[in-house]
Write a protein that binds this ligand. Sequence first.
Ligand SMILES: Nc1ncnc2c1ncn2[C@@H]1O[C@H](COP(=O)(O)OP(=O)(O)O)[C@@H](O)[C@H]1O
Ligand SMILES: [Mg+2]
Length: 304
Amino acid sequence: MANSDSPIVTSTTLTAYPLLSRGKVRDIYTLSPTALLFITTDRTSAFDVILANGIPSKGRILTQISAFWFGFLAEKMSELKTHLITTELPAGLSEEERIALEGRSMQVRRLKVLPIESIVRGFIAGSAWAEYHKTGTVNGMSMPTGLRESERLKEPIWTPSTKADVGQHDENISPNKAAEIIGPAYAEKVKQLSLKIYGIAREYAEQRGIIIADTKFEFAVDEVTDEVVLVDEVLTPDSSRFWDREKYGVGRGQESLDKQFLRDWLTKEGLKGKEGIDMTDEVVHRTRDGYVKAFEMLTGRKWE
Ligand SMILES: Nc1ncnc2c1ncn2[C@@H]1O[C@H](COP(=O)(O)OP(=O)(O)O)[C@@H](O)[C@H]1O
Ligand SMILES: [Mg+2]
């Protein structure tokens, strides 16, 4: 099916399966006691609020980027377990539902998600830069003096955060605090896996012109085997800071590859953080271009 024919999907209602939850971007249905249907809608958020209209194909682009990384990582890290079962659609959908879900859903293992966000940073930006600027630390850890904004760190660092409930903000925590929350053994495993995945991915992305400044992973535990499993979306522009390598420079903030136009527009119009805002056609299209660009640069494939 041609990508351009796809309908915009900001919300789903399936008849065959019960809705488990709706996140900011995803609708999740229960397929069986052990599997979920993970649907990425075209909902878009900026400054932590969801815009009223969606961005056509955004959910499909994000799903294809995650699928790309799941495949890539499976090849590079044979020890890595992930939640992906298949990108095929499940049985029992109507024709209309199949069209809406094509390319934007994954069947995944239903697992107990560990209640921290596993963030890795290779560059100092965002909340890490803000903290460093104030106290010389990042997540309470002391850092070398004299770092400049957006500077590449000597070694990537693990900077976990809490996984806040809906409407709350995640809070950066020290690795020790993360170990208290999920237990030291899981924390160590999550940290090692996160640093390794990030290292492999950022090297690849950088060769393709994208700097992955930082990224957020989520992990779960398989309660039968006790294995730590990579879940959620992986290394997408929504879960990471993607910078255009060509535009990168130290000592200043960087443009976001995907959301810069949208953020600038919201700021300029005085709409930053307001609920229920409709993006103009231009904002929708310019933002969509950023997602397409990320997909094309990373995968080397053309988005039709
Ligand atoms: N395999 C899985 N099993 C159960 N829950 C999962 C799995 N993978 C991801 N999740 C959860 O599904 C949700 C993803 O939906 P999303 O819209 O991204 O939510 P959020 O607004 O919390 O980012 C997250 O809460 C994530 O922890
Ligand atoms: Mg999410």
